[in-house]
Design a protein around this ligand. Structure first.
Ligand SMILES: [Zn+2]
Length: 387
């Protein structure tokens, strides 16, 4: 039986997330061209500033600002949680103490931790990063940091003549990471009659270099706008994802750019296989164990994968996943593998009360389930829970 309450809840959240996820501030709309995206990211990149920490530019922490040399950066709760990360403090560390005492603790850690030793650091190996003068976090200057516009220009160049067909589906700035989904609405593949998907690319980049830049295949189901991503592993090709390259000057930058270019081409070479694999899913019936109804059967089918991604609880199933399976834009109450995948992608795309990382993991799990007739291995499984 369909729960109307849960359904309307999901639909409502769907509308909210579409607004939140598409950045209209600089006229970047859904359906924007790659050129418009690049122009947008150039503006965005210019709003991030770097503030090297050296002997002469030490860090001074106050409750609402962090001062690096002569630069005053606003410090918000997101910034405080980044400082806790740097100090390797446990979750909820700051809440144990009154805010007035936070700067003293933070300052002590930043000055004395041998891995940070910021104040005495004469080599300038750490810099503070700010967005519009708001502290975002610290990053190592020993790694190559490409700006996002350079990454998108590289991807655009790698696509060559195909670049015109790629349009922006979503552009998300989340804390210190930037993600973009590009789709080719003009070139679709029918998974079954009347149910078309567009191919695409999903890019994820960390401003602080917390994870390597990822380029994944992306599939967008036109009917419901659900999306899934296919991560790659060594089983697919020699290159799985970019490594965080050490910065040895322009040569290292060139290597980082080459790496992204190669990833794009390698990923796209698997698109046909992914489409072919997807087309087999509607006919792949899921068995109904004796005494179980359809919902119980789909629950048993999905549970092991969801457990492996640490996204399983009975409560999550009842509240989110079961309604998504019943939803016409999700599993539509059907008992086959395409319905199972669409259940996951529906939640990944629309469930705005799950965290960005949880939704990204679900989109990757859907990719894994979609591709497992072509390839599956333990590395694939671990790649979807990582960064
Ligand atoms: Zn694999």
């Amino acid at each position: 039986m369909t729960s109307l309450l849960a359904e309307s809840n999901l639909i409502h959240q769907n509308l909210v997330v579409e607004h939140a996820a598409t950045d209209n501030e600089n006229n970047l709309h859904e359906g924007s061209s790659l050129d418009a995206l690049i122009a947008h990211t150039e503006v965005l990149d210019s709003e991030f500033t770097c503030h090297p920490v050296t002997e002469h530019c030490p860090v001074e922490v106050k409750v609402d600002q962090i001062i690096v040399g002569d630069d005053n950066l606003r410090l918000t709760s997101a910034g405080w949680s980044k400082i806790a990360d740097v100090c390797r403090a446990p979750l909820g560390y700051w809440s144990r103490f009154p805010p007035e005492s936070w700067p003293q603790f933070a300052q002590y850690h930043l000055d004395h931790d041998p891995n940070l030793a910021m104040t005495g650091n004469s080599h300038g190996s750490i810099e503070a990063v700010a967005f519009r003068k708001r502290f975002v976090g610290f990053r190592s200057t020993h790694l190559v940091h490409l700006d996002f516009a350079t990454i998108m220009q590289t991807i655009s160049a790698a696509l060559g003549d195909r670049r015109q067909s790629y349009l922006v589906n979503k552009f998300i700035v989340n804390e210190d990471s930037i993600s973009v989904e590009l789709i080719t609405p003009g070139q679709t593949h029918a998974v079954k009659v009347g149910d078309d998907v567009a191919g695409g690319i999903a890019v994820s980049h960390s401003i602080l270099g917390n994870h390597p830049t990822t380029v994944d295949l992306f599939v967008h189901r036109l009917f419901c706008r659900n999306g899934l991503t296919l991560r790659h592993c060594v089983g697919h090709a020699a290159i799985t994802r970019s490594r965080r390259l050490k910065d040895n000057g322009t040569q290292a930058r060139g290597a980082a750019i080459d790496q992204i270019e190669r990833m794009v081409l390698e990923r796209l070479s698997h698109q046909t296989a992914l489409f072919g694999s997807l087309s087999q899913l509607p006919d792949a019936q899921i068995g109904r164990p004796a005494g179980a109804d359809d919902e119980e059967a789909i629950r048993r089918f999905l549970m092991p994968s969801l457990r492996a991604t640490h996204l399983w609880s009975d409560q999550l199933w009842q509240r989110v996943l079961a309604p998504a399976w019943r939803h016409v834009h999700g599993g539509n109450g059907e008992l086959n593998e395409f319905a199972a995948v669409n259940t996951i992608t529906y939640v990944a795309t629309h469930q705005s009360d799950l965290s960005f990382r949880q939704r990204r993991t679900l989109a990757r799990l859907a990719g894994l389930l979609s591709f497992r007739r072509v390839h599956v291995c333990p590395r694939c499984n671990s790649a979807i829970v990582g960064t």
